[in-house]
Design a protein around this ligand. Structure first.
Ligand code: TYC
Ligand code: MN
Length: 293
């Protein structure tokens, strides 16, 4: 992989996403640690809900981490929170409404739920007084990032997304059915979310998510955000894991074609078989993005 990471964008991406260890840990003291190296947990009132977020680092460049379906800052981004450069970045990892500690309310999935998340995300960062932000979004968080960048072009500096899709196909629908029942997920994938939510909320919300995402299947071209892609103005890096068991490559290719000036990077996980990735959930080198449902 190192040899393939020649371009500046790819190097920057690797820097941004260097995901080395799981879990949230207080970074080592030393030259790389800046002030504000601890991780704080807080809530902000935004759009009628109390959004929870983790925050670390004291750098000029504000970066928002956007988790995937059922995800949260702590479950999805431990390695990034620990390892992103705290002198360069101020890192915020948010829990979308109904996920993580941004409850109540319970999560629901109206057809505009990604639009709602995008507005919540941007309004959270404005509430926290950031002048501009860069977005790192995986999977559903990547979709939210795309919509946010399209809707708020003057507020978004740069974006890295991985595991995102702009539309839903028959193939996706089959995959969704396969993950609907959380008791069939691998233990390593299931456990952290079960601990966060309790089994019942976790199971119910996953089913609601499947119903929610399938709504797009019935829209023209299965569109989630196809029409918005040309509105994205910021430099965008699209990452695709070639062994991603859930998101087929054509989704990344489509995003690359429709987001002007975007770059596409295919990566290879070290752990090759999908089953093994699943077992290695909590300790995978790469963020959960590449294998989690
Ligand atoms: N978008 C899901 C997430 O946020 C992952 C996923 C993508 C699941 C595609 C199924 O067919 C699928 N983690
Ligand atoms: Mn390749």
């Amino acid at each position: 992989m190192a040899a393939a990471l020649g371009s500046r964008a790819a190097r920057r991406m690797r820097h941004l996403l260097s995901a080395l260890k799981p879990g949230i840990q207080i970074p080592r003291a030393g030259p790389a640690a800046a002030f504000g190296s601890s991780v704080t947990s807080a809530k902000a009132a935004v759009n009628g809900v109390h959004l929870h977020y983790l925050r670390t680092g004291g750098g000029e460049h504000a970066v928002l981490l956007l988790p995937g379906m059922l995800g949260s800052g702590e479950t999805d981004f431990g390695p990034q929170i620990e390892n992103l450069n705290k002198k360069l970045f101020t890192v915020v990892a948010w829990d979308p409404r109904g996920y993580g500690h941004s409850r109540p309310p319970d999560r629901d999935f109206p057809v505009d739920f990604f639009e709602r998340d995008a507005k919540d995300a941007i309004d959270l960062m404005k509430t926290l007084k950031f002048k501009k932000v860069s977005l790192l979004g995986w999977s559903d968080g990547g979709i939210t990032a795309l919509i946010a960048a399209a809707r708020y072009p003057s507020y978004v500096s740069k974006m890295v997304i991985w595991g995102a899709n702009a539309y839903v196909t028959e193939q996706d629908t089959e995959i969704y059915q396969g993950i609907r029942d959380v008791s069939k997920w691998s233990e390593k994938t299931r456990k952290p979310l079960e601990a966060l939510y309790g089994f019942d909320y976790f199971a119910r919300t996953c089913e609601k998510w499947v119903d929610g995402i399938e709504q797009f299947k019935h829209l023209p071209d299965g569109s989630i955000c196809r029409d918005l892609l040309p509105l994205v103005q910021c430099p965008t890096l699209i990452v695709h894991g070639e062994k991603d068991p859930l998101v087929p490559r054509f989704h990344a290719d489509f995003l690359h074609r429709h987001v002007r000036g975007s770059r596409l990077k295919h990566i290879h996980l070290r752990e090759e078989p999908v089953a093994q990735n699943h077992r290695r959930a909590g300790s995978a080198r790469w963020p959960r993005a590449h294998w989690r449902a």
